[in-house]
Design a protein around this ligand. Structure first.
Ligand SMILES: Cc1cc2nc3c(=O)[nH]c(=O)nc-3n(C[C@H](O)[C@H](O)[C@H](O)COP(=O)(O)OP(=O)(O)OC[C@H]3O[C@@H](n4cnc5c(N)ncnc54)[C@H](O)[C@@H]3O)c2cc1C
Length: 402
């Protein structure tokens, strides 16, 4: 391993005992004690400074350190990733409890972990395919946000078709030597580590010659160049690798099995999709608050657009709840349901920002809503483009030919 690390214990987690409470409302809410414990904890730990730093569209670079400290507070309290197994400082939260976590965090305006790519995407792969040493070394600093992680998949010529990636890694003794370029690397400018997908067997069919490396971004030869988006921030970067030596024990999963690692997306966090309709509900409420008392709100066309968005968010909530209930009962999610939710969310996100800018006039073209409009363009690209998700729904849900 490149650097040492100490896995902390959960002794410092100050959990209440939910069994201390007995509330008749729990008959309707299987997550009742969990929910109350979280609400009590948030009341005593969440500060207005953290809420302000986490407000989407308002936060600047300076807020990152506030959110990073909040991430550590969440982890120390046992609330950063309740869906993680307790063996890794989670709470083994049920689907109902995960949903309650999202609802109460949203209701309190509490930001989640700033190290979100690590916690939601990379950690499940390390838990499932990592060595004991990798789990011990990486999971706790990741959960606290002490070490920020990014995911290096996309390249200038490999996005939707990820298996075309060309960044190479050649074994040289007990190190891999990495050369190539990645792009659209979220959190890249701030990341201490990168989960990097590289080609280790150029002669194998393209899905079979890929491996996954855990790369310390302080290694000589790594060059991070932030990209400025039209929303004015540096949310992602280009990464360049020139003869970067990565210790062999930083290989995640077996050699040439990186595609399997990439497909290990079966997160412990089943209720993550709930975040999306909660975000959209919060954003619509925020727009209505900004419009309160303005004559434009009496305009039938504006009212009809608001109502249509309200209906679409409600449909998203119902379909998410139906899926989560099925998963809670031990069934598989419906084919293509993740893609459908993503499709619904990405269009609502864009339409809502467009409505705000339309009705707020000049005021909408500056400040928070203008930034949200600019950043909403990424919704139909990140995490699988609209076309790719439509293909998935067509094939998996509707059974149409490729
Ligand atoms: C906000 C944001 C954050 C991101 N973060 C990361 C990150 O952290 N790490 C990372 O590795 N990547 C990241 N990405 C990159 C993202 O994964 C890619 O942008 C995405 O996979 C699309 O790839 P591409 O941009 O190369 O477009 P392409 O794949 O080149 O697609 C171009 C166009 O062709 C269409 N298209 C492509 N293939 C098909 C097909 N088979 N059928 C129909 N239409 C098709 C697409 O829908 C799109 O409209 C991020 C992107 C964004 C916007």
């Amino acid at each position: 391993m490149a650097t040492g690390g100490t896995a902390a214990t959960t002794d410092d987690a100050d959990h209440d005992d939910p069994a201390d409470h007995d509330d008749p409302a729990d008959h309707d809410d299987p997550a009742g004690p969990f929910r109350r414990e979280l609400v009590t904890w948030l009341q005593s730990h969440l500060s207005p400074e953290v809420v302000a730093a986490g407000r989407v569209g308002e936060g600047g670079d300076d807020d990152f350190e506030v959110l990073r400290r909040w991430n550590a507070t969440l982890a120390d309290g046992g609330w950063a990733a309740p869906a993680w197994p307790s063996a890794y400082h989670g709470r083994d939260a049920t689907v109902a409890e995960q949903l309650a976590w999202h609802e109460e965090m949203a209701a309190a305006d509490a930001p989640g972990p700033v190290n979100v790519i690590g916690v939601s995407n990379i950690a499940p792969a390390i838990m499932a395919m990592g060595t004991d040493e990798q789990r011990r070394r990486f999971l706790w600093p990741m959960l606290r946000g002490d070490e920020i992680w990014s995911q290096g998949m996309s390249e200038p010529d490999a996005g939707s078709d990820l298996a075309s990636l060309r960044t190479s890694a050649v074994l040289d003794g007990d190190h891999f030597v990495v050369n190539g370029q990645k792009t659209w690397n979220s959190l890249g400018r701030l990341a201490d580590w990168c989960q990097l997908y590289v080609r280790t067997d150029p002669d194998a069919p393209k899905h079979r010659g890929i491996s996954c490396l855990l790369v310390d971004m302080a290694t000589p030869g790594v060059d991070v160049r932030p990209l400025r988006t039209m929303a004015g921030d540096h949310t992602f970067s280009e990464l360049f690798f020139a003869d970067v030596r990565v210790p062999r024990d930083c290989l995640l999963g077996p050699l040439h099995q990186g595609w399997r690692v990439a497909m290990t997306t079966l997160s412990h966090e089943r209720a993550g999709v709930a975040r999306l309709h909660l975000w959209m509900t919060e954003r619509l409420e925020s727009l209505l608050a900004d419009l309160r008392g303005r004559p434009v709100l009496a305009d039938p066309l504006v009212r009809s657009r608001v109502a249509a968005l309200y209906e679409r968010i409600a449909c998203m909530r119902w379909s998410t709840t139906r899926e989560l209930e099925a998963v809670g009962l031990g069934r598989q999610p419906s084919p293509g349901s993740g893609s459908l939710t993503k499709l619904m969310w990405s269009r609502i996100d864009q339409d809502l920002a467009e409505l705000a800018v339309d009705v707020l006039g000049l005021e909408g073209l500056t400040g928070r809503w203008a930034k949200l409009l600019a950043s909403s363009r990424q919704a139909t690209i990140a995490g699988g483009t609209t076309e790719i998700n439509r293909n998935i729904v067509a094939e998996q849900a509707l059974g149409l030919p490729r």
